[in-house]
Design a protein around this ligand. Structure first.
Ligand code: UDP
Ligand code: MG
Length: 319
């Protein structure tokens, strides 16, 4: 069976088109399927539309959150509820073309791969600033973490059961799926396609939301920033030692003329800045640890037509 997870947030305009074309593809593939729509606290008619689909088609499942928890939580809910031998996440806005599914399935069925992931080769229709930041982000995260994140990778990927189980077992609260997919490993085939623009509606990601998400991704999968703080410390100590030698020598050879309040102030501000920066870095990790230790559920289900799985899979600590 094939499970398709569809995170939806205010998608009333694109859902109809998505549903029609996906059903067509599934019909042609002639496979048993379930369509899991995860309504991420939409404020428009999204849930009503999904319920309409469900009333006519028993393969349609829906999980509706009590508020907007974000796409990461929506995907996680989908993974926790998916029953298929194969599972895919697919956006509701047609940017992940359902027509790729048969080919992805064919590649998986050869048995050579555990997952088929997609990446867009172009960023057509995206603002240049956003693309620039995106490219820099992928370079940076690959350099400083073990999560293998491919530039242009989408969340659209078809996976075998083992991989889905691995994802469900990673129950961290701060989620960054692109990192998680890479971190768990498995043999992945990359399928490239040209960027497709959204059929209707607007993107739910503002530049700042995306920027914060990128920072989250880095903090979640790398300890390099926090190590940077210690390196700054070491370099500053060495530097101050050299400065000390310089001051002593100057005093011995040239006496001690009163001068240099400006340079002193500069040094104080410079060091103060670095200290605050490092403190902020450490704060980021402490904040993340704080959220993890609270063990809050990733999402809260308000309504569903499928069996309710425990909201979080976090296990109590072993004695
Ligand atoms: N989405 C979601 N919760 C959110 C934001 C987005 O479930 O808080 C869903 C959205 O409905 C869509 C998918 O995630 O199906 C991708 O969102 P979008 O198309 O806005 O992102 P983009 O493609 O611009 O990166
Ligand atoms: Mg989109």
């Amino acid at each position: 069976m094939l499970s398709l997870i569809v995170p939806c947030y205010n998608e009333e305009e694109s859902l109809g088109i998505f549903y029609e074309s996906t059903l067509q593809v599934l019909h042609d593939m002639d496979t048993d399927y379930e369509l899991i729509f995860v309504d991420d606290g939409s404020k428009d008619r999204t849930l009503a539309i999904i319920k309409e689909f469900a009333s006519k088609n028993e393969h349609v499942k829906y999980i509706s959150f009590s508020r907007n928890f974000g796409k990461e939580a929506a995907m996680y809910a989908g993974f926790c509820h998916a029953k298929g031998d194969y599972t895919a996440v697919i956006d509701a806005d047609m940017q992940d073309p359902p027509t790729l599914l048969p080919e992805m399935m064919r590649i998986l069925e050869t048995g050579e791969y555990d997952s088929v992931a997609t990446r867009r080769t172009t960023r057509k229709g995206e603002s240049p600033v956003r693309s620039w930041f995106a490219r820099k982000f992928y370079r940076l995260i690959n350099k400083i973490s073990d999560a293998d994140v491919v530039d242009g990778a989408r969340d659209f990927r078809l996976m075998k059961r083992e991989m889905v189980d691995a994802i469900v077992s990673m129950c961290e609260y701060n989620r960054f799926s692109k990192g998680i997919f890479g971190w768990i490993g498995f043999r992945t085939y990359w399928l490239s396609y040209e960027n497709v623009e959204r059929v209707a509606g607007k993107t739910k990601w503002s530049f700042w939301k995306l920027f914060k998400y990128a920072i989250d991704g880095i903090i979640n999968f790398s300890q390099t920033p926090i190590t940077l703080a210690s390196w700054f410390g070491v370099i500053m100590t060495l530097f101050s030692f050299l400065a000390l030698v310089f001051i002593i020598l100057r005093k011995l050879f040239f006496g001690d003329p009163v001068a240099g309040w400006a340079s002193t102030t500069c040094i104080i501000i410079f060091i103060g800045g670095i200290q605050l920066f490092c403190l902020g870095l450490i704060g980021q990790y402490v904040a993340k640890t704080y959220m993890e230790t609270k063990r809050r559920p990733h999402y809260i289900i308000a309504q569903t037509n499928t069996e309710r799985k425990p909201v979080t899979t976090v296990q109590p600590p072993q004695q």
